[in-house]
Design a protein around this ligand. Structure first.
Ligand code: NAD
Ligand code: FE2
Length: 387
Protein backbone atom coordinates (compact mmCIF):
# COMPACT_ATOMS: atom_id res chain seq x y z
CA UNK A 1 0.00 0.00 0.00
CA UNK A 2 1.17 3.57 -0.73
CA UNK A 3 2.10 5.49 2.36
CA UNK A 4 2.32 9.21 3.07
CA UNK A 5 3.85 10.27 6.37
CA UNK A 6 3.87 13.50 8.33
CA UNK A 7 6.19 13.38 11.32
CA UNK A 8 8.12 15.92 13.45
CA UNK A 9 11.43 16.81 11.83
CA UNK A 10 13.36 16.60 15.09
CA UNK A 11 12.89 14.28 18.07
CA UNK A 12 15.04 14.39 21.19
CA UNK A 13 14.71 11.53 23.67
CA UNK A 14 16.14 11.04 27.15
CA UNK A 15 16.33 12.04 30.79
CA UNK A 16 16.61 15.81 31.32
CA UNK A 17 16.48 16.62 27.60
CA UNK A 18 14.01 19.43 28.47
CA UNK A 19 17.13 21.38 29.48
CA UNK A 20 18.01 21.65 25.77
CA UNK A 21 14.90 23.63 24.90
CA UNK A 22 16.67 26.99 24.41
CA UNK A 23 19.02 25.55 21.79
CA UNK A 24 16.01 24.19 19.90
CA UNK A 25 14.35 27.62 19.96
CA UNK A 26 17.56 29.15 18.62
CA UNK A 27 17.78 26.54 15.84
CA UNK A 28 14.32 27.64 14.73
CA UNK A 29 15.47 31.28 14.82
CA UNK A 30 12.70 32.42 17.10
CA UNK A 31 13.33 35.36 19.40
CA UNK A 32 9.98 35.66 21.26
CA UNK A 33 8.38 32.52 22.61
CA UNK A 34 4.93 31.80 24.01
CA UNK A 35 5.13 29.04 26.62
CA UNK A 36 1.75 27.31 26.65
CA UNK A 37 0.95 25.31 29.78
CA UNK A 38 -1.62 24.66 32.49
CA UNK A 39 -2.27 25.58 36.14
CA UNK A 40 -0.72 22.31 37.40
CA UNK A 41 2.64 23.14 35.83
CA UNK A 42 2.41 26.69 37.08
CA UNK A 43 2.30 25.35 40.63
CA UNK A 44 5.23 23.01 40.15
CA UNK A 45 8.43 24.84 39.24
CA UNK A 46 8.47 23.40 35.73
CA UNK A 47 7.32 26.49 33.84
CA UNK A 48 9.74 28.67 35.75
CA UNK A 49 12.56 26.28 34.85
CA UNK A 50 11.75 26.42 31.12
CA UNK A 51 11.23 30.21 31.20
CA UNK A 52 14.61 30.69 32.92
CA UNK A 53 16.39 28.50 30.38
CA UNK A 54 14.93 30.60 27.58
CA UNK A 55 15.61 33.95 29.25
CA UNK A 56 19.22 32.98 29.95
CA UNK A 57 19.59 32.44 26.20
CA UNK A 58 18.38 36.04 25.64
CA UNK A 59 15.00 34.98 24.36
CA UNK A 60 11.84 36.94 25.20
CA UNK A 61 9.25 34.83 27.01
CA UNK A 62 5.52 35.16 27.48
CA UNK A 63 3.61 32.51 29.44
CA UNK A 64 0.02 31.40 28.87
CA UNK A 65 -1.34 28.98 31.49
CA UNK A 66 -4.99 29.23 30.53
CA UNK A 67 -5.34 25.57 29.50
CA UNK A 68 -7.55 24.71 32.45
CA UNK A 69 -9.24 21.67 30.86
CA UNK A 70 -9.42 19.85 27.54
CA UNK A 71 -9.21 22.78 25.11
CA UNK A 72 -12.12 24.68 23.64
CA UNK A 73 -12.26 27.52 21.17
CA UNK A 74 -12.26 30.16 23.92
CA UNK A 75 -9.13 28.78 25.63
CA UNK A 76 -7.28 28.67 22.32
CA UNK A 77 -8.55 32.15 21.42
CA UNK A 78 -7.14 33.71 24.60
CA UNK A 79 -3.76 32.08 24.00
CA UNK A 80 -3.75 33.29 20.40
CA UNK A 81 -4.52 36.87 21.50
CA UNK A 82 -1.55 36.73 23.85
CA UNK A 83 0.66 35.30 21.08
CA UNK A 84 -0.24 38.24 18.85
CA UNK A 85 -0.13 40.91 21.56
CA UNK A 86 3.37 39.82 22.62
CA UNK A 87 4.51 39.47 19.00
CA UNK A 88 5.70 35.89 19.52
CA UNK A 89 7.15 33.85 16.71
CA UNK A 90 6.78 30.32 18.07
CA UNK A 91 5.31 28.28 20.94
CA UNK A 92 6.78 25.90 23.50
CA UNK A 93 4.14 23.51 24.82
CA UNK A 94 4.73 22.07 28.29
CA UNK A 95 1.92 19.73 29.29
CA UNK A 96 -0.35 16.91 28.22
CA UNK A 97 -2.42 16.61 25.06
CA UNK A 98 -4.63 19.54 26.06
CA UNK A 99 -1.70 21.93 26.23
CA UNK A 100 -0.02 20.60 23.09
CA UNK A 101 -3.26 20.75 21.07
CA UNK A 102 -3.78 24.34 22.24
CA UNK A 103 -0.24 25.32 21.23
CA UNK A 104 -0.57 23.60 17.84
CA UNK A 105 -3.81 25.45 17.11
CA UNK A 106 -2.37 28.81 18.20
CA UNK A 107 0.58 28.15 15.90
CA UNK A 108 -1.72 27.43 12.95
CA UNK A 109 -3.96 30.44 13.66
CA UNK A 110 -0.85 32.64 13.62
CA UNK A 111 -0.23 31.84 9.95
CA UNK A 112 -3.79 31.24 8.75
CA UNK A 113 -6.32 33.97 9.31
CA UNK A 114 -9.41 31.83 9.26
CA UNK A 115 -12.29 30.69 11.47
CA UNK A 116 -11.78 27.52 13.50
CA UNK A 117 -14.34 25.54 11.57
CA UNK A 118 -12.28 25.96 8.40
CA UNK A 119 -9.10 24.82 10.12
CA UNK A 120 -10.70 21.60 11.36
CA UNK A 121 -11.47 18.52 9.23
CA UNK A 122 -8.93 16.83 7.00
CA UNK A 123 -6.18 18.74 5.16
CA UNK A 124 -7.96 22.08 5.29
CA UNK A 125 -5.07 24.22 6.54
CA UNK A 126 -3.43 26.25 3.77
CA UNK A 127 -0.12 27.29 5.38
CA UNK A 128 2.22 25.69 7.91
CA UNK A 129 2.00 27.10 11.44
CA UNK A 130 4.45 29.34 13.26
CA UNK A 131 5.90 26.26 14.97
CA UNK A 132 5.68 24.25 18.18
CA UNK A 133 8.31 22.66 20.37
CA UNK A 134 6.37 20.03 22.31
CA UNK A 135 7.42 18.73 25.72
CA UNK A 136 4.80 16.14 26.68
CA UNK A 137 4.18 15.62 30.38
CA UNK A 138 1.70 12.76 29.97
CA UNK A 139 2.24 9.57 27.98
CA UNK A 140 -0.19 9.89 26.37
CA UNK A 141 -1.99 11.30 23.56
CA UNK A 142 0.93 11.30 21.15
CA UNK A 143 -0.02 14.87 20.23
CA UNK A 144 3.71 15.71 20.24
CA UNK A 145 3.99 13.34 17.24
CA UNK A 146 0.70 13.86 15.50
CA UNK A 147 -0.89 16.06 12.86
CA UNK A 148 -4.11 16.04 14.88
CA UNK A 149 -5.78 18.52 17.22
CA UNK A 150 -9.01 18.10 19.16
CA UNK A 151 -10.79 21.33 20.12
CA UNK A 152 -14.30 21.55 21.59
CA UNK A 153 -16.78 23.94 20.12
CA UNK A 154 -18.41 25.67 23.08
CA UNK A 155 -21.75 26.15 21.35
CA UNK A 156 -22.41 22.75 19.78
CA UNK A 157 -20.70 20.67 22.53
CA UNK A 158 -18.94 18.82 19.69
CA UNK A 159 -15.24 17.96 19.82
CA UNK A 160 -13.86 19.16 16.49
CA UNK A 161 -10.88 17.30 15.06
CA UNK A 162 -8.33 18.92 12.77
CA UNK A 163 -5.95 16.69 10.83
CA UNK A 164 -3.36 18.45 8.75
CA UNK A 165 0.38 18.54 8.15
CA UNK A 166 0.40 22.05 9.61
CA UNK A 167 -0.35 20.61 13.06
CA UNK A 168 2.78 18.44 13.26
CA UNK A 169 5.11 19.92 15.91
CA UNK A 170 8.49 21.15 14.71
CA UNK A 171 10.35 19.46 17.56
CA UNK A 172 9.33 16.84 20.14
CA UNK A 173 11.38 16.61 23.33
CA UNK A 174 10.64 13.34 25.12
CA UNK A 175 11.96 13.74 28.65
CA UNK A 176 10.32 11.04 30.76
CA UNK A 177 11.22 12.91 33.95
CA UNK A 178 8.38 15.31 33.11
CA UNK A 179 5.89 12.42 33.34
CA UNK A 180 6.97 11.05 36.71
CA UNK A 181 4.61 13.28 38.69
CA UNK A 182 1.54 11.71 37.07
CA UNK A 183 -0.76 10.14 39.66
CA UNK A 184 -1.99 6.55 39.22
CA UNK A 185 -5.37 7.48 37.70
CA UNK A 186 -3.77 9.72 35.03
CA UNK A 187 -1.04 7.15 34.26
CA UNK A 188 -3.76 4.56 33.65
CA UNK A 189 -6.07 6.72 31.54
CA UNK A 190 -3.41 8.22 29.27
CA UNK A 191 -1.58 4.90 29.04
CA UNK A 192 -4.72 3.17 27.76
CA UNK A 193 -5.23 6.07 25.33
CA UNK A 194 -1.76 5.35 23.92
CA UNK A 195 -2.45 1.61 23.77
CA UNK A 196 -5.71 2.33 21.95
CA UNK A 197 -3.88 4.53 19.40
CA UNK A 198 -1.41 1.71 18.72
CA UNK A 199 -4.07 -1.01 18.43
CA UNK A 200 -6.47 1.07 16.33
CA UNK A 201 -3.65 2.17 13.99
CA UNK A 202 -2.57 -1.46 13.53
CA UNK A 203 -6.05 -2.69 12.59
CA UNK A 204 -6.99 0.46 10.63
CA UNK A 205 -7.98 0.19 6.99
CA UNK A 206 -5.39 2.95 6.35
CA UNK A 207 -2.46 1.08 7.94
CA UNK A 208 0.75 0.68 5.95
CA UNK A 209 3.99 -1.22 6.61
CA UNK A 210 5.65 1.78 8.26
CA UNK A 211 2.75 2.51 10.65
CA UNK A 212 2.50 -1.24 11.40
CA UNK A 213 6.10 -1.29 12.61
CA UNK A 214 5.56 1.59 14.99
CA UNK A 215 2.13 0.43 16.11
CA UNK A 216 3.34 -3.05 17.12
CA UNK A 217 6.46 -1.64 18.76
CA UNK A 218 4.23 0.75 20.73
CA UNK A 219 1.88 -2.06 21.80
CA UNK A 220 4.87 -4.03 23.12
CA UNK A 221 6.41 -1.09 24.99
CA UNK A 222 3.13 -0.02 26.54
CA UNK A 223 1.91 -3.51 27.42
CA UNK A 224 5.20 -4.38 29.08
CA UNK A 225 5.41 -1.17 31.12
CA UNK A 226 1.96 0.17 31.93
CA UNK A 227 1.54 -1.90 35.08
CA UNK A 228 5.02 -1.02 36.40
CA UNK A 229 4.44 2.70 35.74
CA UNK A 230 1.10 2.45 37.56
CA UNK A 231 2.31 0.45 40.57
CA UNK A 232 5.57 2.36 40.94
CA UNK A 233 5.46 5.94 39.64
CA UNK A 234 9.23 6.32 40.05
CA UNK A 235 10.15 3.37 37.81
CA UNK A 236 12.26 5.31 35.29
CA UNK A 237 12.54 2.50 32.78
CA UNK A 238 8.75 2.05 32.70
CA UNK A 239 8.18 5.81 32.40
CA UNK A 240 10.62 6.04 29.49
CA UNK A 241 9.01 3.06 27.73
CA UNK A 242 5.56 4.59 28.14
CA UNK A 243 6.68 7.91 26.69
CA UNK A 244 8.44 6.35 23.71
CA UNK A 245 5.51 3.97 23.20
CA UNK A 246 2.98 6.78 23.18
CA UNK A 247 5.14 8.78 20.76
CA UNK A 248 5.38 5.80 18.37
CA UNK A 249 1.64 5.21 18.70
CA UNK A 250 1.13 8.92 17.94
CA UNK A 251 2.99 8.65 14.63
CA UNK A 252 1.15 5.42 13.80
CA UNK A 253 -2.39 6.66 14.41
CA UNK A 254 -1.75 10.13 13.02
CA UNK A 255 -0.82 8.58 9.68
CA UNK A 256 -3.06 5.49 9.72
CA UNK A 257 -6.09 6.82 11.66
CA UNK A 258 -7.74 5.63 14.85
CA UNK A 259 -10.99 3.65 14.82
CA UNK A 260 -14.30 3.10 16.53
CA UNK A 261 -13.04 3.44 20.13
CA UNK A 262 -12.13 7.06 19.40
CA UNK A 263 -15.31 7.75 17.42
CA UNK A 264 -17.42 6.53 20.34
CA UNK A 265 -15.23 8.02 23.06
CA UNK A 266 -15.49 11.63 21.93
CA UNK A 267 -19.30 11.86 22.31
CA UNK A 268 -19.00 10.44 25.87
CA UNK A 269 -16.39 13.10 26.63
CA UNK A 270 -18.52 15.85 25.11
CA UNK A 271 -21.80 14.80 26.84
CA UNK A 272 -20.51 13.82 30.28
CA UNK A 273 -17.19 15.60 30.58
CA UNK A 274 -15.17 12.38 30.83
CA UNK A 275 -11.42 12.89 30.15
CA UNK A 276 -10.31 11.55 26.76
CA UNK A 277 -8.12 8.68 27.99
CA UNK A 278 -10.77 7.49 30.41
CA UNK A 279 -13.60 7.40 27.89
CA UNK A 280 -11.37 5.38 25.53
CA UNK A 281 -10.55 2.95 28.31
CA UNK A 282 -14.25 2.53 29.13
CA UNK A 283 -14.88 1.36 25.56
CA UNK A 284 -11.70 -0.46 24.48
CA UNK A 285 -12.62 -4.05 25.50
CA UNK A 286 -16.20 -3.91 24.13
CA UNK A 287 -15.19 -2.25 20.85
CA UNK A 288 -12.34 -4.74 20.41
CA UNK A 289 -14.76 -7.64 20.96
CA UNK A 290 -17.05 -6.13 18.31
CA UNK A 291 -14.24 -5.47 15.81
CA UNK A 292 -12.15 -8.67 15.90
CA UNK A 293 -14.18 -10.42 13.19
CA UNK A 294 -13.12 -7.75 10.69
CA UNK A 295 -9.38 -8.35 11.14
CA UNK A 296 -8.82 -11.55 13.17
CA UNK A 297 -5.24 -12.05 11.98
CA UNK A 298 -4.31 -8.48 12.92
CA UNK A 299 -5.78 -8.71 16.42
CA UNK A 300 -4.12 -12.12 16.77
CA UNK A 301 -0.76 -10.53 15.87
CA UNK A 302 -1.31 -8.00 18.67
CA UNK A 303 -1.99 -10.83 21.16
CA UNK A 304 1.08 -12.75 19.98
CA UNK A 305 3.40 -9.74 20.08
CA UNK A 306 2.73 -9.30 23.80
CA UNK A 307 3.11 -13.04 24.43
CA UNK A 308 -0.52 -13.72 25.24
CA UNK A 309 -0.35 -16.50 22.65
CA UNK A 310 2.07 -18.02 20.16
CA UNK A 311 2.01 -19.21 16.56
CA UNK A 312 0.35 -22.47 17.54
CA UNK A 313 -2.71 -20.62 18.89
CA UNK A 314 -5.49 -20.16 16.29
CA UNK A 315 -6.37 -16.54 15.46
CA UNK A 316 -9.87 -16.84 16.90
CA UNK A 317 -8.51 -18.03 20.24
CA UNK A 318 -5.89 -15.21 20.24
CA UNK A 319 -8.71 -12.67 19.79
CA UNK A 320 -10.71 -14.16 22.66
CA UNK A 321 -7.66 -14.06 24.94
CA UNK A 322 -6.89 -10.46 23.93
CA UNK A 323 -10.40 -9.22 24.79
CA UNK A 324 -10.27 -10.99 28.18
CA UNK A 325 -6.85 -9.55 28.93
CA UNK A 326 -8.01 -6.03 28.06
CA UNK A 327 -10.88 -6.40 30.55
CA UNK A 328 -8.41 -7.67 33.14
CA UNK A 329 -5.92 -4.81 32.51
CA UNK A 330 -8.62 -2.18 32.85
CA UNK A 331 -9.89 -3.71 36.10
CA UNK A 332 -6.34 -3.94 37.49
CA UNK A 333 -5.63 -0.27 36.69
CA UNK A 334 -8.88 0.65 38.53
CA UNK A 335 -10.38 2.39 35.51
CA UNK A 336 -14.05 3.18 36.20
CA UNK A 337 -16.98 2.22 34.00
CA UNK A 338 -19.39 5.03 33.01
CA UNK A 339 -21.55 3.90 35.97
CA UNK A 340 -18.77 3.96 38.57
CA UNK A 341 -17.49 7.25 37.11
CA UNK A 342 -20.85 8.63 38.29
CA UNK A 343 -22.78 9.02 35.05
CA UNK A 344 -26.48 8.72 35.80
CA UNK A 345 -28.05 5.73 33.99
CA UNK A 346 -31.09 7.68 32.83
CA UNK A 347 -29.06 10.51 31.46
CA UNK A 348 -26.68 8.03 29.73
CA UNK A 349 -29.62 6.28 28.07
CA UNK A 350 -31.23 9.55 26.99
CA UNK A 351 -27.98 10.57 25.28
CA UNK A 352 -27.25 7.24 23.56
CA UNK A 353 -29.18 8.21 20.42
CA UNK A 354 -27.19 11.45 19.92
CA UNK A 355 -23.87 9.84 20.88
CA UNK A 356 -24.43 6.95 18.46
CA UNK A 357 -25.36 9.28 15.61
CA UNK A 358 -22.27 11.45 16.24
CA UNK A 359 -20.01 8.37 16.48
CA UNK A 360 -21.40 6.88 13.30
CA UNK A 361 -20.46 9.94 11.20
CA UNK A 362 -17.07 10.52 12.87
CA UNK A 363 -14.15 10.36 10.42
CA UNK A 364 -12.40 7.39 12.00
CA UNK A 365 -15.44 5.06 12.06
CA UNK A 366 -14.91 4.20 8.39
CA UNK A 367 -11.38 2.99 9.18
CA UNK A 368 -12.52 0.43 11.77
CA UNK A 369 -12.17 -3.25 10.77
CA UNK A 370 -15.96 -3.64 11.09
CA UNK A 371 -18.05 -0.61 10.14
CA UNK A 372 -20.95 -0.55 12.57
CA UNK A 373 -24.60 0.39 12.10
CA UNK A 374 -26.04 3.02 14.43
CA UNK A 375 -27.90 0.25 16.31
CA UNK A 376 -24.68 -1.70 16.84
CA UNK A 377 -23.03 1.44 18.25
CA UNK A 378 -25.96 1.87 20.63
CA UNK A 379 -25.54 -1.76 21.78
CA UNK A 380 -21.84 -1.18 22.50
CA UNK A 381 -22.67 1.95 24.53
CA UNK A 382 -25.31 -0.02 26.46
CA UNK A 383 -23.07 -2.95 27.33
CA UNK A 384 -20.16 -0.67 28.30
CA UNK A 385 -22.21 1.23 30.91
CA UNK A 386 -21.42 -1.12 33.75
CA UNK A 387 -18.65 -3.43 32.57
N1 NAD B 1 -3.70 15.76 19.14
C1 NAD B 1 -3.76 14.46 19.31
O1 NAD B 1 -3.16 13.72 18.53
C2 NAD B 1 -4.56 13.91 20.45
C3 NAD B 1 -4.67 12.52 20.61
C4 NAD B 1 -5.41 12.05 21.69
C5 NAD B 1 -6.01 12.95 22.55
N2 NAD B 1 -5.91 14.29 22.35
C6 NAD B 1 -6.53 15.29 23.24
O2 NAD B 1 -5.64 15.49 24.35
C7 NAD B 1 -6.41 15.89 25.48
C8 NAD B 1 -6.09 15.03 26.67
O3 NAD B 1 -4.72 15.12 26.98
P1 NAD B 1 -4.07 14.27 28.17
O4 NAD B 1 -4.79 12.98 28.28
O5 NAD B 1 -2.62 14.25 27.95
O6 NAD B 1 -4.43 15.08 29.47
P2 NAD B 1 -4.48 16.66 29.76
O7 NAD B 1 -3.44 17.36 29.00
O8 NAD B 1 -5.90 17.09 29.61
O9 NAD B 1 -4.08 16.67 31.30
C9 NAD B 1 -4.96 16.08 32.27
C10 NAD B 1 -4.60 16.62 33.66
O10 NAD B 1 -3.33 16.11 34.04
C11 NAD B 1 -2.48 17.16 34.48
N3 NAD B 1 -1.10 16.77 34.19
C12 NAD B 1 -0.45 16.83 33.00
N4 NAD B 1 0.80 16.35 33.13
C13 NAD B 1 0.95 15.99 34.43
C14 NAD B 1 2.03 15.44 35.19
N5 NAD B 1 3.21 15.13 34.62
N6 NAD B 1 1.84 15.21 36.50
C15 NAD B 1 0.64 15.47 37.09
N7 NAD B 1 -0.42 16.00 36.43
C16 NAD B 1 -0.25 16.25 35.11
C17 NAD B 1 -2.96 18.38 33.74
O11 NAD B 1 -2.61 19.55 34.41
C18 NAD B 1 -4.48 18.14 33.72
O12 NAD B 1 -5.06 18.58 34.92
C19 NAD B 1 -7.87 15.80 25.07
O13 NAD B 1 -8.35 17.07 24.73
C20 NAD B 1 -7.83 14.89 23.86
O14 NAD B 1 -8.92 15.09 22.99
C21 NAD B 1 -5.17 14.78 21.32
FE1 FE2 C 1 -6.67 9.26 21.88
Amino acid sequence: MDCELDIPSRVIIGADTRLRVAQEVRNLEWSRVLIVSDPFHEETERIKEIAQLLSKADLKVSTYTGVTDEPDTEMVGRGFQQFQADKCDGTVALGGGSVIDTAKTISVLARNEDVYENLMGIDNVARLGAGVIALPTTSGTGSEASKVVVISDLQSRIKMTGRSRAYVPSVAILDYKLTMSMPKSLTAAVGIDALTHAMEAYVSRQACDFTDLLALSAVKLIWSSIRQAWYNSTDENARQNMLIGSFQAGIAFSNASVGLVHSMSEPIGACFHVPHGLSNAMLLPAVTKFSVDGAPSRYAAIARCVDLADDSTPDEECCRILVNELHQLIRELEIPSPKSFGIDKNSYEVNIEKMANDASVAGSTGNNPVIPTVDQIKDIYCCSYDS
